[in-house]
Design a protein around this ligand. Sequence first.
Ligand SMILES: [Zn+2]
Ligand SMILES: [Zn+2]
Ligand SMILES: [Zn+2]
Length: 513
Amino acid sequence: MLWKKESSESGERFVDLFESIDEKGRQAVDRLILDEMKVYETCKGNIVSNEWRRLGTECFHSENWLQALTYYNRSLRHAEVGSESVALAYTNRSACFFQLKRYKEAITDIELALGSANLPAKWIPILKARKKKCHQILSNLIQLKKNEPKLSYKSNKNHPYIANVLKIRYTDKDDNHLVATRDIPVGKTVLLEEDYLSSYKWEHACETCWVPGEKTSLIPCNECALVTFCSTKCQKMNRTHKLECGSVLNAEHATTNRLIIQSILRAIATFHNIKSLMEFVGKILLEVSKKLPDSTLDEKSMYHCFFKLERDNVLHDEQLPTIYQLYRFIMKMPKVNVMFETEEKRRFLMHLVAHHFNIVMEHSYDLRHGKVLPLFTSRLGHSCAANLMLIIGNDYQFCITCRPVKKGEMLCYSYLPITMPMEKRHAALKLGFKITCKCDDCVLPTLPIDSELITLDTDYRFIMKNYTSNVYCPVERECIEFLNKFGHLWSSEIRSIYIIYLTTTYSLHSAKY
Ligand SMILES: [Zn+2]
Ligand SMILES: [Zn+2]
Ligand SMILES: [Zn+2]
């Protein structure tokens, strides 16, 4: 059982979760961790850096710009601070960006190279000429405005990720749901959130905001050879890397484990010291209900919200070795280790790792090129004929209404595509989510529908006549009109239009963002 104390007196230590792991088991885990750390050489060194640059230049000459970019980024991460290798990595990368027609990034790299110490003088005129060329090309291009999804309403004043037409309702079943505070028509963006936790598989991406190395001029961490940032702003904003720098678990292999470690580091970084983190968690553990905090405006309340994603506080014995490994890995980080100097604090950390482990295992999911855990989307329930569709673009995830929502109605999205054959869908819902779905599509509603009324509808006829699976198929507006009229009902005709709306909107938005 999680969070059990050694005795009932207050102030007693938590029980030792790892008591059952014998010395042999402990040594095996420590060896594993050491190996992991060795493989990914976290120390900088110009010999390694220069070798990656040489490989990068080979790729560059065979016009494999993206591969060259990856190698130059590696070279940069390994280059010793202030050395010629840093300057040359920026110089060469600027040529890659130029070839990839990313002129802004090329200019940034040229400036970084020119600003680097020990740049060989012969490169200065070459870089200046390249910069001039970039500016010329850029001034000839029409600058495209950056697309960013926006909430269709003002944001909720206590929970900035959701629109002010939604609220969190705490039910008598000890559950939290997102519900509408007024009628909402189809086509409105009502939830737009950044991930609370994310771990990226690509080694050349910003550690903070995930923007991949092809799209931005990454700068390396000054201390280790594993991590890069897209800007000094992202470098400053990232509080967790400071704690793990020098002992990062490689993301290629263990995205789930990285997410758990990250969640612990984020919790530590949220509080002044471990004592206040312990007090905060202690208070949450005393709360009897699962009710969420009244706001998610600051880091502490977001952590509160995260912490409460775990419902049962159970410890599964078969997962103990993994939890122990994670705990040991965290304790191997020198900056973290010193914070847990007493047995009382270490016992607390054991339970915290197990608690976070349960949350991440249940609520994180694979997206794009990594794993994420958003706070609000994680709480949405399922319906095959849902009133929300979840859109995952390159940099965002957000929800758009796809059926009219009545005041007081609960918001949900479909965990599986509605186009999946019903039997298969039901089996997968049961197996993966323990859900027996009773939505309009699974249990056809008994409400009589005059199908002639629908087939004679002008929007219906327009959509049926003009729909093609082309991305830019212009039926989105008619679908919205139609669903606003009939979307609260359900029939095979309505289902067809519903699916067309999902398909059209999804491709439109994921192409845009
Ligand atoms: Zn960034
Ligand atoms: Zn670092
Ligand atoms: Zn269903």
